[in-house]
Design a protein around this ligand. Structure first.
Ligand code: NI
Length: 254
């Protein structure tokens, strides 16, 4: 059994067949999915999916690429939505200096406010850090009691070990199956297994052999198989370990 801890099932690419697709995940052994929000509309859709399906969990928050639309009122709405059924985290939030569409100061401000909210609400934070390692960590250090997962982690093994000391978690997706995945393999081999979770980040980042196609949680076994190879265990072991980690991290008691 697998837990996809980072999906975007609210994405428009799923509009034609969303419900059909969601009911097919269990056939692939994917028994839980966490939907990460990107903007206010996406938060509402995440809440709707969580109400409809018991096995879908959600994170509510504003992605750095949508940070320029953020207003103070949104923070109150995110807090309200965080009390809805199966909402277990704030996210995805963070900094993206790769696209750099939104001024960095705006991104930092929106990230900081949502990190503060997560700390106050005692909810874990799902973090997006793309080419912004230093500034991301600097802001997270302002909130020492926060529980943090770096999704689609792209840093070095050395940086991962530094974050591990802070108690942080990492989730890995389709990129681990790509040819140029040396960095993420080093991280997977140097961080304790009890800090690792699985994700798809669907509809993006489909694993090999579906690279470039629309991704979905049913492809999680391909990611687990690659990690199993690295860890020298079975894919089922990877499923069990990473699911336990996710239930613990997101404080899910069923
Ligand atoms: Ni994402």
């Amino acid at each position: 059994m697998y837990f996809d801890t980072h999906a975007h099932l609210d994405d428009g690419q799923f509009s034609p067949d969303r419900d059909e697709l969601i009911s097919s995940f269990k056939k692939s052994g994917v028994t839980r999915v966490l939907n990460a929000s990107s903007d206010m509309d996406s938060c509402l859709e995440t809440v709707r999916l969580c109400k409809k399906y018991d096995f879908i969990y959600g994170a509510v928050g504003i992605h750095p690429e949508a940070a320029d639309c953020f207003c103070e009122e949104d923070l109150k709405k995110i807090e309200e939505l965080s009390r809805e059924k199966n909402i277990v985290a704030i996210g995805e939030v963070g900094l993206d200096y790769y696209w750099d569409d939104v001024p960095r100061e705006v991104q930092k401000n929106v990230f900081r406010k949502q990190a503060a909210l997560a700390e106050r609400l005692c909810l874990p934070l799902v973090v997006h850090d793309r080419e912004a390692h230093r500034d991301t960590l600097e802001i997270l250090k302002e909130f020492p009691s926060l529980r943090v997962v770096y999704h689609c982690f792209s840093g070095s093994a050395e940086y991962a070990r530094e974050l591990t000391k802070r108690g942080y978690y990492f989730s890995f997706g389709g990129a681990v199956t790509f040819k140029n995945a040396r960095h993420s393999h080093e991280v997977l081999l140097s961080v304790p297994h009890d800090r690792i979770m699985l994700e798809t980040d669907c509809p993006y980042m489909a694993p090999v052999p579906y690279r470039g196609k629309r991704n979905h949680p049913g492809y999680i076994p391909h990611i687990a198989a690659k990690i199993a190879e690295l860890w020298n265990v079975t894919p089922e072991d990877v499923g069990k370990i990473t699911t336990e980690n996710a239930l613990e991290f997101f404080n899910i008691k069923e």
